[in-house]
Every structure is written in C-alpha cells, then in structure tokens.
Design a protein around this ligand. Structure first.
Ligand code: DX5
Ligand code: ZN
Length: 216
C-alpha cells in the first residue's frame, strides 16, 4: 500500500499542531518536513526547533527533508529533535556515504534525494546504504509547483535497480503530487508520495488524502 506523506510546508504555521492532527486523522502515513536554508534552495523554512515542537503531536514518522548545505553539521540536532527519517541531497553532500552513516549513527533512517535534472546514476553507488530514495519531481524550494513528467523514467530505473540488487529501500516522490499525477508515480514504482498543496490547500484534509489514494 502506497504511503502518503503530507508536507507541512503548505500548512498554516499559526496552528501547526492542529494542522498535523487533521492529516493524521485523515490517513497520513508520514509527516514530511521541508528544511530549507536559503543557500541550497532560494527559501528559508524550518529548523530543529519546529521538529522538536511537532514531535509530541503525533506518533507517525517525521520525515525530515534537508535542502541545506553542510547537512552533516545539523544531523545531530534534527535527530535529537525527533526525526525518524532524514534525507539529504546528493547535490549538496560531497561526502555522501559519510553523511548517510552519520544519520544512521543517530538511530535515524537515512535517505538520499536527487533533483529532477540529476541522473539516477549519481546515487547508484549509495543505494545499498540507504533506507529511502527521494526523487524530486519539482526543483526544490517551494510548494505548489508543477510535476515534472520527465522524472518518471528515473522512478522506473531506481525501482528496477532495487529489484536487481535485492534491496528494500523505499522510493518516495516529492513535488507536484496530486490526484492526477499520483497514479503515474505509483505505477512507476513509488512507495511514498509527498503531497503539500494537494492536501493542505484543501479544506477537508481527509477528503484530499482519500482523493490521492483513490487515484491509484
Ligand atoms: C519542495 C518540497 C516539497 C513541497 C511539495 O521543495 O520539498 O516537499 O512541499 O509541495 P507540493 O506537493 O505542493 O508540490
Ligand atoms: Zn520535500
């Protein structure tokens, strides 16, 4: 069963606890938290303080997506704040194995992310070390952008490599996922769908999550 990870980037931050409760009650599987530093991406969002604040709100896994430079400097703080999964970008981590091992050393699941224009081959050497592969279907930085269709063959490629190599990491898709694009992702091999605006920009969050789930 494909999992849904609502991204709180599109939530109302003035009532974040309530917003999270609504998606938990609506059938969310993970809570996706977008961390941006204004350097790797042109936006600034959330730090460990917010992860710490939302930790008591739900038992669901907190899926922390780091869109930051020098990720290794902040892994411990996000782990201590209560992250269950930490994903880091291949493009921003020159010593990728080191960062992945560092995340795992804190007892947190580790994932690698690539942008739409980054080839799958760049993460092949790390596949055996990760718990999750996150494929961006928009250029990271903002919610509400359009799904980049040309990423779909990369989902298929990563899924095929997973099978060939006998690995069991999850494949997560992030960016422009809604009831119209979800099916393509799932058919290509996705296990987890991040959805920000498609969930939080709708009044009824349960109906929004159901609409995505019913699309595949
Ligand atoms: C984009 C973020 C996404 C974003 C998705 O940089 O990584 O998680 O919140 O938002 P939607 O679903 O609106 O494209
Ligand atoms: Zn994200």
């Amino acid at each position: 069963m494909t999992k849904i990870a609502p991204s709180i980037l599109s939530a109302d931050f003035a009532k974040l606890g309530q917003e999270i409760k609504e998606v938990v009650d609506g059938g969310a599987d993970y809570i996706h938290i977008d961390v941006m530093d204004g350097h790797f991406v042109p936006n600034i969002t959330i730090g460990p303080l917010i992860v710490d604040a939302v930790r008591p709100v739900t038992d669901l896994p907190l899926d922390v997506h780091l869109m930051i430079e020098n990720a290794e400097q902040y892994v411990e703080a996000f782990a201590k704040a209560g992250a269950d999964i930490i994903t880091v970008h291949q493009e921003a981590n020159v010593h990728l194995h080191r960062t992945i091992q560092l995340i795992k050393s804190h007892g947190v699941k580790a994932g690698v992310v690539i942008n739409p224009a980054t080839p799958s081959e760049t993460i092949k050497p790390i596949l055996q070390d990760v718990d999750l592969v996150l494929l961006m279907t928009v250029n990271p930085g903002f919610g509400g952008q359009s799904f980049i269709e040309s990423v779909v063959p990369k989902i298929q490629q990563i899924s095929q490599w997973r099978k060939e190599l006998g690995l069991s990491f999850e494949i997560e898709i992030d960016g422009g996922v809604n009831k119209d694009t979800a099916r393509t992702c799932v058919e290509a091999g996705a296990d987890v769908l991040v959805a920000g605006s498609a969930v939080f920009n709708k009044e009824d969050r349960k109906a929004a999550i159901d609409a995505i789930k019913n699309a595949y």
